[in-house]
Write a protein that binds this ligand. Structure first.
Ligand SMILES: Cc1cc2nc3c(=O)[nH]c(=O)nc-3n(C[C@H](O)[C@H](O)[C@H](O)COP(=O)(O)OP(=O)(O)OC[C@H]3O[C@@H](n4cnc5c(N)ncnc54)[C@H](O)[C@@H]3O)c2cc1C
Ligand SMILES: NC(=O)c1ccc[n+]([C@@H]2O[C@H](COP(=O)([O-])OP(=O)(O)OC[C@H]3O[C@@H](n4cnc5c(N)ncnc54)[C@H](O)[C@@H]3O)[C@@H](O)[C@H]2O)c1
Length: 470
């Protein structure tokens, strides 16, 4: 007979979303069970954000010498010890791991079960020899990489984000399939560390981003040494690995030492026996309502498994909504339109809210503001003028904004607040920004909305009129 556990909240998956739900619920007094089949911390800690950002940090250090000559400072090309780079990546994971550990969660009072969970009925889950009955379940099982159906790919073998961070030797020639955030970040990191890198994208790289901003980021990644090929069709992969591209008039072969597949992801749902709990899913993930409830009203979904945007901060945001609803019965509404995202290439690429074309088809009458970093004195001093900031405005309110430039991920925060609070452009034009900072771009971009009115003939007439009355 399995051990029977009765609890208030049962969370399946101890990644970004599941850990946030479990920590919040137990600290607010709800008996909580957390079930994890793989590593505590999930994708972000072990195979995602943390190793990729640590690798990029090392890579950006290795690339400093390329720009330093412009400042009158000369470095020789760096000696990259890739095994030491890997040690650095591991040590960052190790430093964060205690925060996500079984010990910490047990210390908070969470009952942690280390096994793969599956539903056996609409109100029961089995894992680790226990039958868990809960008032509410939260599915936070995340996603995994999927390989496209390219002939020969499976036989040739390939790396994914789950294996590439184990490399202790710098690839000689890394071929990357897929130019989304994973492909672009890891391509630039490896190129800056000295690998030859070829990136093959079926459509356009960074295709979910504003095309004008994405093109600037893509150019910078090219400058780092990545050979980006867009609109390619990969006919087959041969052991080696060699990738054979199919063009109308030739079959070009590209031979690499390593192959990374970063061509999209699929929600982890197969092990859950969802049909036994009446939970439905589509191609992208679980079917949820705006309160993140699945087709079984006792079961919520958060994070990558919920079938929407796939970011750690989304998983954390979902967790907050679920806690409010499950513990306090407060109504909640998930609104993907307020979620910012950043791709951590150098320069970074960030966006929040509606993009230009979507805004135009929804609202018709919009204004698009632009402010080049070339007009920012700090960017000039740092010799980083290649960026651009954009905002999409409807009836005087900010409905979308994006930045490509150094620190764009930090700069987008204030625009995320503006979109969330439906702030007026005037609010963003009306604060005082310290000089000289990249943050001035926010004020200038917003201010440009008023420039035509401010410096118009009408203003000049008013100023002259007022002057006459001394
Ligand atoms: C290379 C890479 C870089 C990324 N960089 C960023 C970034 O910079 N910023 C950002 O915001 N996002 C980034 N992401 C995305 C981010 O990692 C995910 O959106 C986030 O981890 C999703 O959290 P989650 O809780 O939904 O899933 P996960 O963190 O994946 O956790 C799911 C957990 O559930 C477990 N599980 C699955 N099935 C079961 C089961 N049946 N029973 C028990 N346990 C189960 C898994 O083992 C896993 O531990 C990146 C992703 C990758 C791959
Ligand atoms: N900085 C961040 O926040 C960050 C970083 C990495 C990942 N992520 C998250 O993880 C998600 C998944 O990232 P991803 O980059 O794997 O997926 P993605 O879906 O964003 O991009 C995959 C790319 O692969 C291309 N592709 C698909 N099949 C192909 C083929 N046969 N040949 C060539 N190209 C092909 C697609 O056209 C697409 O551009 C992201 O959307 C994001 O939500 C976030």
């Amino acid at each position: 007979m399995p051990e029977r556990i009765d609890t208030d909240i049962c969370v399946i998956g101890a990644g970004s979303g599941g850990l946030s739900v479990a920590a919040g619920a137990v600290q607010m007094g709800a008996p909580t069970v957390l079930i994890e089949g793989g590593r505590m911390g999930g994708d972000c800690l072990n195979y995602g954000c943390v190793p990729s950002k640590s690798l990029l940090a090392a890579a950006h250090h290795a690339a400093v010498w390329r720009r330093s000559g412009d400042f009158g400072v000369r470095y020789a090309a760096p000696e990259v010890r890739f095994d030491r780079v890997n040690d650095h990546v591991r040590s960052v994971i190790d430093a964060i791991a205690p925060h996500d550990s079984q010990e910490r969660f047990e210390g908070l009072g969470v009952q942690v079960i280390r096994d793969w969970a599956r539903f056996v009925s609409p109100r029961e889950v089995e894992a680790g020899g226990a039958l868990v009955r809960a008032r509410r379940f939260v599915i936070a099982t995340g996603s995994r990489p999927v390989a496209p159906p390219i002939p020969g790919l499976e036989e040739a073998g390939y790396l994914t984000n789950e294996t590439i961070f184990d490399n202790r030797v710098l690839p000689g020639h890394l071929i990357v399939i897929g130019g989304g955030p994973i492909g672009m970040e890891l391509a630039q990191a490896h190129a800056e560390l000295g690998a030859r890198v070829t990136l093959l994208e079926a459509a356009r790289v960074l295709g979910r981003d504003d095309p004008e901003l994405a093109a600037i980021a893509a150019d910078a990644v090219r400058e780092s040494g990545v050979d980006i090929r867009e609109g390619v069709k990969i006919a087959r992969v041969e052991a080696g690995p060699a990738v054979v591209l199919e063009y109308a008039d030739s079959e070009e072969r590209i031979e690499g030492s390593h192959l990374l597949v970063a061509a999209g992801r699929r929600a982890n749902l197969e092990r859950l026996d969802l049909h036994k709990a009446g939970i439905e899913h589509g191609a992208r993930g679980l079917i949820v309502d705006r309160g993140l409830k699945t087709t079984n009203r006792r079961v919520y979904a958060v994070g990558d498994a919920a079938g929407g945007l796939q970011f750690t901060h989304v998983a954390g945001h979902h967790a907050g909504l679920v806690i409010r609803n499950a513990l306090f019965r407060l109504p909640v509404k998930d609104d993907p339109a307020i979620i910012p995202w950043t791709t951590y290439t150098d320069p970074e690429l960030a966006w929040v809210g509606l993009q230009q074309e979507a805004a135009r088809s929804r609202h018709g009458d919009i204004d698009v503001l632009r402010w080049p970093l070339a007009d920012n004195d700090r960017a000039r001093a740092e010799r980083r003028t290649e960026g651009l900031a954009k905002a999409v405005v409807h009836k005087g309110r900010v409905i979308g904004a994006g930045i490509v430039g150094p620190g764009a991920g930090d700069l987008i925060g204030i625009w995320a607040l503006a979109v969330k609070k439906r702030m007026k452009v005037a609010d963003l034009a009306g604060f005082v920004a310290p000089y000289p900072t990249m943050g001035e771009v926010t004020k200038r971009l917003a201010g440009s909305y008023y420039t035509p009115k401010l410096f118009s003939d009408r203003t000049r007439r008013i100023v002259r009129l007022l002057a006459r009355f001394g």
